[in-house]
Structures are given as structure tokens and as C-alpha cells.
Design a protein. Sequence first.
Lengths: 397, 377
Amino acid sequence: MFKKIASLVLALVMILGACLALGSCGGGNDTVKAALICLHGDSSTYDKNFIDAFKTACEKKGVEYTYITDIDEKTICYDKAADFADQGYDVVFADSFGHEPFMLQAAKEFPNVQFCHATGTMAHTENVSNFQNSFASIYQGRYLAGVAAGLKLLELYDTDNDGAIADEEAKIGYVGAWPYAEVVSGYTSFFLGVRSVVANATMEVRYTNSWYDEAAEKTTALALIDNGCKLISQHADSMGAPTACEERNIPNVAYNVATGKNTFVIASRIDWVPYFEYMLDCVINGKDIDTDWTGTLANGAVKITALGAAAAEGTQEKLDEIAAKLKDGSLKVFDCSKFTVKGDHLTEYMADVDTDAGFTADTNVIKTENGVTFFDESTFRSAPYFDIRIDGITEVQ
Amino acid sequence: MDNQQKKQAQVKKEPFFRLVKRDTLPVGKVILIYAIAIVGSLLLSSIICSAFSDKNPLQFFSSLFGGAFGSSRRIWLLLQDTALLLGVAIALVPAFKMKFWNLGGNGQILVSCLAAVACMYYLGGKIPDFLVIILMTVTSILAGAIWGVLPAIFKALFNTNESLFTLMLNYIASGLVAMFISIWVKSGSGVLYPLPNGHFPNLFGSKYLLTIIVFFALAVLMFVYLKYTKQGYEISVVGDSPNTAKYIGIDVKKVIIRTMIISGALCGVVGLFVAGSIEHTVSTASANNMGFTAIMATWLAAFNPLIMMGTCGFIAFVDKGMMEVRSAFGFTNDSIANIVIGLVYFCVIACSFFITYEVKFRKPEARSTKTEGGKPL
């Protein structure tokens, strides 16, 4: 018996040895290697957006690549990032906010590898040369999506074509992930887009306290619909809210994905291909990557999807017109004359731009240019810092 | 059909097969059966994974073993994961031996992790680090013990169902963690970044070694405790028959409560190391579901803490290996990997069934002889 086991073990070890020998072949040192770390898999619309863009950019640039999904915002993120560095990868990208401290930790340990992180806030103050943040001015896309939503409300309820609808028909709902600046900035810009079309629009926001929780997102959307919301949008990464809307025949404005459902109006999304291409070019050519890169409508990172089945007529023309104004800067999304906070228009606002544990407000982000006073989002750093609760939006905790 | 024929038809219905408990198999044979099950299930897994990608089964094995043993970092992490899981397994085993189904490992780890992080959050930087670490140790072990003893008290006094009770406490623990994070994290992001103080020291320059040594040592102690001490004996008597325990003068309530304090406190040690040595922060995912995964490790090891070193190592190996397979095979989510992991566990658990029981089929000739005189032979 012992001999049998011994020979079995020996055989296994030999197979293992052969496997490892085969596995370690290939992959010279000259090609650039890039790795992507994702919080979830492709069932999350947010992560799928990164995976697809990463594949596209790497294949276009002829870069060897790999990715790993379902990596929690824990030390395992550092373990994977460091492991990629061990394996000779030249650049590692992580896609979730909570991955940041772990990417930074890896960056400090491996100065010759680039560590890039989406949605983070620390790169511009940490001064670690191989650690970078990136994000896009998605508020521009959300504003456009809001305009499409407003037009949809008009199409549904403005039967006498006077451009106005009743207050209860102007109530919309928003499924948020966390009560965090990224989400607040997103829903406020969406709301301002709606308001630019429907002046008396109001919005109810409910949080799921998770970036990805399909069941919670669905029940939250249903609760909003039950509470009288006529249109739903979301900043959460699953198909929960779109599914709820489809069940109740309520128009839905999505994020990062064209849901293809009958109630789908439009989605705003960040196209990460421009950043990934830029990042890979820098690595291939040995140049420094921008410490804090912001994508915009102008550089192609902020996108809106093709209109869905539920979009109102004439939406595309209107969106083209507004997108042009946003691109040339003649229209500001957070124009302070367009919204009030507790009844007043903002003239100064100190935001927490330089991240610290105390959440200290450190920078005045209100600017005036060409006679327009506006909240200057995503210029002091790429990640959003608009965390003001404006009038017309109710948060239900 | 007359009565006689009906009777005959009824007695003919002897089951096609039946299960018979085996005599104990020799250890060598048992190991061989397990080895075959593992190799077989991995071969099957390699075929499944290859079917869903452009890679071949050989690459599956290279990734699987490479992912677990491919570099010194990977080996350390494998050992660290093994040690943590072993910590939970030895925490659960005294309760299980007592037939007290502690399904609250996750909650017990979470509250102790929370307690340790609370010390780091409120005291870190204000008092010397070694004091923070001492306080972390005391509070987190205490928190785990309280979370463990609560259901035990209710079980001992009111005979409540401990499975449900411990499960429910998991949700409360998770809610508590979420609540404290929302208090501590002012930005509302729901992510508490790792805290700078109260980190456990490196041992011989390795940040993994302390965790590994502590839990492997605790496993040996648990083995001795269960096998050679009076308390260990009491636990197995209470588990086998509470009435017997009562008649021979064992205070069953006391044993239940005492054992669950130990069980919860050991989960507390796991939470302490998760907070102090590995994560330096807390989230609702801090327990990493080890409270449930460890259940399998204890059963596969037949409640023997020394064998658990192997079963925990195997679970950690499959986990680490499959992570590399996912990456190497280009899977864009973890569902195929989870199917494979489930399949491997299924094969291993199934073979443990066949080691305990033997399947006996009805003998063909029995059909004609069995019904003579209307009685089964």
C-alpha cells in the first residue's frame, strides 16, 4: 500500500514539474505586460465596462495582458498587485475606489512598476511617482442623460404641449450606492439635466450602501416607483434597477450599459479606452503617466450610449446641441444660478479635495468665468468632490 | 390478481441497493480513495475550464499549482490563508464535538475584528503601540467570546436553537460593522482605509510568520485539549449523550457555556489577526466567509485538529490555485471557478461517504428464492 501511494505521489510531482516547466515558457522581457484588477466580474456593468475597454486598448497596442476579477477592497488587492509585479508586469490598473490604499502600498514597494487606479483621490497629494489616479467628468454625461430623461417625461405627461407638467408627474427616483461625493455629484448633475427641461422636477434618492447588490438595487428601485417616481436612474453597478423598471414599465436611465430593455432611455458611461491607450503609450515609450488624469466629453472618455427604445423623439438633436456647448465650455453643468442650497445660490464652497481622514474642507471650488459662477468639478482632482445636497432632491436614508 | 400474488409482489420489493456501514478501512486505503477523488475531480475540472476557454487541461494544472506555489509570496499567502482557516476550524471543533452547531463563526470574527479596529481607531497614535496591541488583543478576544457565549446561554437555559441563533448574530455583527464604518468614514464612501497604528510586528522579517505559527500552535493545543484533558472528555460525553453526561455528574449547562466561550474566543483570535496583522481595517467582508468554509474543514478532518491542518491547506490551495486559473484562462467572472471549487469539494465529500458506507446491491438469484413461504430470507 505504502509503495502504491509513494508511486502515486511521485507521479503527481513529476506531472506538476512538467506543468510548471511548460507554463513558465514564453513571454519575453521586451513586450509590455499590463494587468487589470476588478472588484467584481462582468455581471457588474461597472466592471464589464473596464474589462471590455482594457481588452480593446491592450489588443490595439499589442500589449500582453491579463485581468483578475472579484478582488475585494482588502489586502488581497495589494497581494494581487504585488504578485503581478513579481510576475514582471509593467503596469497594474485597479478599478474600484477602495482598492486605492492597497495599490499605493504596492506602488511604494515596486518603484519600477506603474500602478494606476480609477476613481481614487490620493495620487495628487501622495507624490509617489509610479502611482496615478484617473477618472472622467462623468457629470457631463449624466447631465446629458438627464436632459434625455426630462424630454421623456415631457413626452409622457405633457399632453397639451406647453412644456410643463404637473408636480407629481415631475418626480423622479435615483438608486444611489453610497452617500459619497462620486454618487452625489452624479445624481445632482443628472437632476440638473432633467431640470433644464422640466423646471419643476424633484428627485428622491435612496442608497443601497453597496456598489453592487442586485437584489437591493431592485427593491430600492421598486420602492421609489411605489413612492410615485415616474422615471428611475441609478448609480449602482448591477441590472437590478433596470429590471425593476422593466417590470413596472417605468423609463430607466442607466449607467455604463445599454440595457437593451424596452424601458431603456439612455445611459451615460465612461469609455476607458482613451485612458488605457494613453497609459499604455506612456509605459511603452517610458514616459511619465499623468498623476491625475481626467477624461471629458472632449477627449472621448465621457460618452452617452445610443438612444434606447423608450427615448423621446427629438432627443438626439437636443443632446448634440447641448454636448457641443459642454465641449466648448459655454455651458456649465454646475452653474450656480441654476440651483440653490437651502434657498441660496452658492458663492463659495470649500470641498475636501486633498484627502485626509478628518474629511477637512480645503479648497474653494467655486469659480467665475465669463460672467458664469459655477462649481468647478473634476479640475482640482479627477475624482468628484461635489458633495452638496441641493434643493429639490430628497435623500431617504 | 389474488391475495397470494399480491403478498408475493409486496415482499418482492426488496430495495435494489442498500447502504451498509463499513468496518473501518485501513488508513492507506482511505488516503488512496481520497487521492483518487481529488485527482479525478481536478481532471474533470481541467476539462470543464478548458471547454470554456482556448486553453488546454495541462495549462489548468500548471496554473492551479503555479497559483498556489508559484512564488515565495504565493507560498506565504497560501500558508497564511491556511493558518487563518485553521484558526476558525479549531474554534468550531469543540462546539461541533459537543453537537452545538456554531454557524456564527463569521459574526464572531467580525465583532472581534471590529473591536480590534475600534482600539486602533480611537487609541492609535495617542498611546504607545504595544499598549494598543494589548488592548486590541483583550477586547477582540472578549468580543468574540461574548458573541459565542450569547447563544450558549440561551441554549443552556431555554434550549433555544443554536444554529438559528448563531446565524442571526452574523447579521447583527455585519450591521454593527456597517454602522461603525458609516460613523468613522466621514466622506460617506463606506470604505475605512487601513489604519496606521496597532500593526502586529514582523517575525524574522516576515509579516506572515506570526499568524502561521500562532494558529498552527493553537491547533496542536486544541488537539491536546480535546484528547487528553478532562474538559475535552466532558465535551465528547455531552456531544454523545447529554443524559449520560448528567448521570455521571457533568454539569451540561456549564460545559455548553464554557465550550462556547472557548469557541467564540478562538474566533476572536482570528478576528484579531485579521485586523492587527493583515487588513488593519474592518469591512463587512472581513470574515471572508471563513466561518462557513471552516465547517467543511472540520468535518473532512473528522474533528481532528491535526488533520485539519491538511484539510484547511487543501481548501486554501484550491482557492488560491483557482484564482490563478481564472486569471490565466481569461474568465471575466468567478462563476466557472466557483463551479469547479464546488465540484472538487463535492467529490471529496462524496468519497468520505463511500468510505463510511458500502453500497450493497440486491443479488440477482435472491429474486427467486426470497419469497418462498411468503417470508423474506
